[in-house]
Design a protein around this ligand. Structure first.
Ligand code: PGA
Length: 250
């Protein structure tokens, strides 16, 4: 049985003071959960988030990283810096970074490999645009991203990757993929990974759904056989709504 992972993506919301008050409330609300709980916060909140979650069942993630060890890279943060401070996960290749920062699959692949060099678990985001879905090439788009982004990983690394299927048209729009459509896409991803890395990896890898997950739709989505949890944006900003999503089965 794969463990469910419920991850939050705060994007560019909340300052360190908000972070402290969020966790003050949230940590007790999810204390008994046996799901893996991860919150990916802005860099500026990492220290406050780590401090506030010490000794709890909540892990802290970043939303991006630079694959270089160090260098003249103004504004960037390396895997080593994240590892040293205690960050355990990082989102990589979110569609907002692909779109606004022109991140390519080759570049995302470098970041994934660098994350593994530093014991940071990558949460790789893949997903099609509305146009690609309408043209019937969603499967092609997603599988191409999987092939390119996961290129050259060892079996052990591939097993640990967390993939988030995030259809671009469902992010922040209030439009959620139906549980059946989300399941279908997550199954495409699992089968592509089976072709690349074999049964053991395909059956172990965690595949999440992301895109307007809310307390009202979490249960139907997380109950699907190929969906191992969610990556939640807007609804992760508030302790009440995010704890309901984490506690979807309680
Ligand atoms: P959303 O964002 O839940 O606000 O749609 C999801 C994401 O971008 O990871």
């Amino acid at each position: 049985m794969r463990k469910k992972i419920i991850a939050g993506n705060w994007k560019m919301y909340h300052n360190p003071t908000d972070t402290m008050s969020f966790f003050e409330k949230f940590k007790d609300m999810v204390a008994g959960s046996n799901h893996e709980i991860v919150i990916c916060v802005p860099y500026i909140d990492v220290s406050a988030a780590l401090e506030a979650t010490k000794g709890t069942n909540i892990k802290i993630g970043a939303q991006n990283l630079n694959h270089e060890k160090a260098g003249a890279l103004t504004g960037d943060v390396s895997c080593k810096m994240l590892e040293d401070i205690g960050v355990e996960y990082s989102i990589i290749g979110h569609s907002e970074r692909r779109q606004y920062h022109h991140e390519t699959d080759d570049f995302i692949n470098l970041k994934i490999k660098a994350a593994f060099d530093h014991e940071i678990i990558p949460i790789l985001c893949v997903g099609e645009s509305l146009l690609e879905r309408e043209k019937g090439i969603a499967k092609y788009k997603i599988c191409t991203q999987i092939v390119m982004d996961l290129d050259g990983l060892t079996t052990e690394q591939a097993k640990q990757v967390v993939v988030a299927y995030e259809p671009v048209w469902a992010i922040g729009t209030g439009k959620t993929a139906s549980a059946q459509d989300a399941e279908e896409a997550c199954k495409w991803i699992r089968e592509e990974i089976r072709t690349l890395y074999g049964d053991e990896v395909a059956d172990a890898v965690a595949i999440l759904y992301g895109g307007s997950v809310k307390p009202e739709n979490a249960k139907a989505i997380f109950n699907m056989p190929n969906i191992d949890g969610g990556l939640v944006g807007g609804a992760s900003l508030d302790p009440d709504s995010f704890s309901k999503i984490v506690n979807w089965d309680r």
